[in-house]
Design a binder for this molecule. Structure first.
Ligand SMILES: Nc1ncnc2c1ncn2[C@@H]1O[C@H](COP(=O)(O)OP(=O)(O)OP(=O)(O)O)[C@@H](O)[C@H]1O
Ligand SMILES: [Mg+2]
Length: 502
C-alpha cells in the first residue's frame, strides 16, 4: 500500500433497517496514512456505515473496495481478514474475563491442545504497552475503570495488526490526559500508514486530530473536506443544516434551603471526608480529573456501593440507603456514566426502560397498573426528542445519542428530588445537548437538587451554580459561579489555582 494509496473505497453503499434507511447511497474514500473524521447528528448513520465496513451486515447494497480490490464485507471474519478493526461506540469486552483473555480473544496462543498461558500474558502485555497501559493482564475486566477498559479495547484491536482502524467515539470515557495519550497513539499509527476513521461529536478533537472530515446527515454523505479548510461553525452547519446556538440558559431560581447534606463521607480507597450541601433549586457541579473519585462518590450516595463513615440527610431526615432501590424510593436518581452495562437494558423496549425505576419508586410492593405511564412516557420522549419516537422499539436499535436521551428520560420519570448526573451528554450531538441541558436546568428550577459530574467543561461551567473540585478522593475546594471558567476548573482539578475552601 503506497503512502497516498486508497485504503478503502465505498461506492453507492446503502443499508436498510426495518423501517429506516440508515445509510443512503454513500460514497466514501479513506486513504492510507490519514485520520478521517466522520461526524453528524445523532442517528445520522455514522455507526451503521462503520458497521458495514466491519462486516456486521450481510444485506447492505453497493460496492466496497479494499486496496482497490472489491470485497463483499458480509461477515466480521471477512472484515478482519482484510485488516479492518473496529472499536465500537459501546465497548465489547467480556467483564468477567481477564484483560489478557479479552485482548487475545480469537487468537489465543496454544501449545498442542493447551493454552500457552505465558505466551498469552506476554503478548497481552505487549499490546497494553502500545496504548501506554501498565496493568496486570490477569486482572478481570470488571475490576478496571471505564477509561482503562476503553484503552484495553484499543489494545485488543491493535493486536490484530489492522490496516484500517475504525474508532466510534473513542474518547467519550477518557479524561484530558488520556485523550492526549490516545492522540499520540493515533498519530503514531498514522505514521505507520494506517487508515483511521474517527467518529466523534467533539469538534475541537476532530479539528485537532483529523486530516479530512466527512459529514453525514439523514443517512447521506453531505460533504467531505480537508480539515484545514473548515471551521467548527461550518461543520455544525453542515451537520444540522442550520446554525445552532449553544447558549446555556440563564438559571432563574435562587437556591433555597439546604436539601441534601453530606457530611464527612468516606469510602476507604475511593473518597475521603467529603462534605457538601446542595440547596433547593441548585446545580452543584463536581469537577475533577477522571479517577478523582467522582463516580464512586455518586454511587455511594445512592446506595450502590457501601459507605465506611460519614452521614447524609435529605430535607433534614437521615439518609442512608441500604440499596439502590431504597435510594430511588427516597427520591434519588443516578444517571450512570456507563450506559451500556449499568444504564439500559438494551434488549428491552424504550418504554420498559424509561418506566422501570418509576414503577419501582411508586409501587412499594403493591401492584402497578399497566398503562399508567403512557402520558408521562410520551411527554418525556417528546421533551428530550428521543428519535425515533416509538416507545415499543428495542433500545439496542436506537443510535448511541438517542440511547443517552432515553437514559435521562428514565431518571426524569422518577420525578427525583436529588438528580445525580454522571457525564449526562456523552455521545450526544450539539443540538440534542441543548435540549438535555434545558431539561436538567428545569429540574433544578422546580426546587430539586442536581449534582452534575462532567468532563465537558463548557457544560460544567455553563450549568453549575457552583463547582466543587474533587482531586484524588478529596473535595479540595469550590469555585463560585462568578469565578467559574473552564481554565479555573482545569487548574483546580490539577491541584493548581486559587480555591474557596469548603
Ligand atoms: N438495529 C437497528 N434496527 C433498526 N434501526 C436501527 C438499528 N440501529 C440503528 N437504527 C437506526 O438507524 C439510524 C442510524 O443510526 P446510527 O446508529 O448509525 O446513528 P449514529 O450516526 O451512529 O448516531 P449517534 O451519534 O447517536 O451514535 C437511526 O435512525 C437509528 O435509530
Ligand atoms: Mg453511533
Amino acid at each position: 500500500m503506497s503512502e497516498s494509496g486508497v485504503a478503502l473505497q465505498m461506492v453507492g453503499v446503502s443499508k436498510q433497517y426495518p423501517g429506516t434507511l440508515a445509510v443512503d447511497h454513500v460514497d466514501f474514500t479513506v486513504y492510507a496514512g490519514e485520520v478521517h473524521a466522520l461526524i453528524g447528528e445523532n442517528g445520522a448513520g455514522k455507526s451503521t456505515l462503520m458497521k458495514i465496513i466491519a462486516g456486521s451486515f450481510g444485506d447492505y447494497t453497493g460496492r466496497l473496495m479494499i486496496n482497490s480490490r472489491e470485497v463483499p464485507l458480509h461477515s466480521p471474519a471477512i472484515a478482519k481478514a482484510n485488516g479492518i478493526q473496529m472499536i465500537h461506540q459501546e465497548l465489547s469486552l467480556a467483564p468477567p474475563l481477564s484483560i489478557a483473555e479479552n485482548v487475545m480473544a480469537g487468537r489465543l496462543p496454544t501449545c498442542g491442545p493447551f493454552l500457552n498461558r505465558a505466551a498469552m500474558l506476554a503478548e497481552a502485555r505487549r499490546c497494553l504497552a502500545r496504548v501506554g497501559l501498565d496493568l496486570d493482564p490477569e486482572t478481570p475486566v470488571e475490576e478496571i475503570s471505564q477509561h482503562e477498559a476503553q484503552l484495553v479495547e484499543i489494545a485488543k484491536a491493535l493486536g490484530n495488526n489492522p490496516c484500517i482502524l475504525v474508532m466510534d467515539e473513542p474518547t467519550s470515557a477518557l479524561g484530558r490526559d488520556e485523550v492526549a495519550r490516545l492522540f499520540e497513539i493515533i498519530r503514531n499509527l498514522r505514521r505507520q500508514g494506517l487508515a483511521i476513521i474517527y467518529i466523534s461529536h467533539h469538534l475541537p478533537e476532530v479539528l485537532e486530530i483529523a486530516d479530512r472530515v466527512t459529514v453525514m446527515r439523514d443517512g447521506r454523505r453531505v460533504a467531505t473536506e480537508e480539515i484545514r479548510n473548515v471551521t467548527s461553525e461550518q461543520l455544525v452547519e453542515m451537520m444540522v443544516g442550520r446554525s445552532v446556538s449553544n447558549l446555556y440558559a440563564a438559571r432563574k431560581a435562587q437556591p433555597g434551603q439546604v436539601r441534601l447534606r453530606v457530611e464527612h463521607l468516606s469510602r476507604y480507597g475511593f473518597f475521603h471526608d467529603v462534605s457538601f450541601d446542595v440547596r433547593a433549586g441548585e446545580v452543584l457541579g463536581i469537577g475533577g480529573l477522571s479517577g478523582a473519585g467522582r463516580s464512586e462518590l455518586a454511587r455511594s450516595i445512592c446506595g450502590i456501593d457501601p459507605i465506611d463513615s460519614g452521614a447524609m440527610t435529605l430535607d433534614g431526615r437521615p439518609l442512608r440507603p441500604a440499596s439502590y432501590g431504597a435510594a430511588i424510593r427516597r427520591g434519588l436518581a443516578y444517571l450512570t456514566e456507563d450506559r451500556k452495562t449499568q444504564g439500559l437494558a438494551l434488549r428491552m423496549s424504550v418504554a420498559e426502560n424509561i418506566l422501570a425505576p418509576m414503577i419501582q419508586r411508586h409501587s412499594h410492593g403493591g401492584v402497578y397498573r399497566a398503562g399508567c405511564g403512557t402520558t408521562l412516557l410520551d411527554r418525556l420522549m417528546r421533551l428530550l426528542d428521543v428519535y425515533p419516537p416509538e416507545p415499543r422499539r428495542m433500545v439496542a436499535t436506537l443510535s448511541g445519542g438517542n440511547q443517552q436521551k432515553a437514559l435521562l428520560a428514565k431518571w426524569l420519570a422518577t420525578d427525583p428530588q436529588v438528580l445525580i448526573l454522571d457525564e449526562p451528554t456523552r455521545g450526544v450531538d450539539v443540538g440534542a445537548k441543548v435540549i438535555l441541558h434545558r431539561a436538567i436546568a428545569e429540574v433544578a428550577d422546580q426546587g430539586r437538587c442536581v449534582v452534575l459530574i462532567s468532563s465537558d467543561l463548557p457544560e460544567l461551567v455553563g450549568l453549575s451554580d457552583r463547582i466543587a473540585i474533587m482531586r484524588r478522593g478529596h473535595f479540595i475546594g469550590e469555585i463560585p459561579r462568578a469565578d467559574a471558567t473552564e481554565a479555573a476548573v482545569l487548574l483546580a482539578a490539577n491541584g493548581e489555582g486559587a480555591l474557596v475552601s469548603t
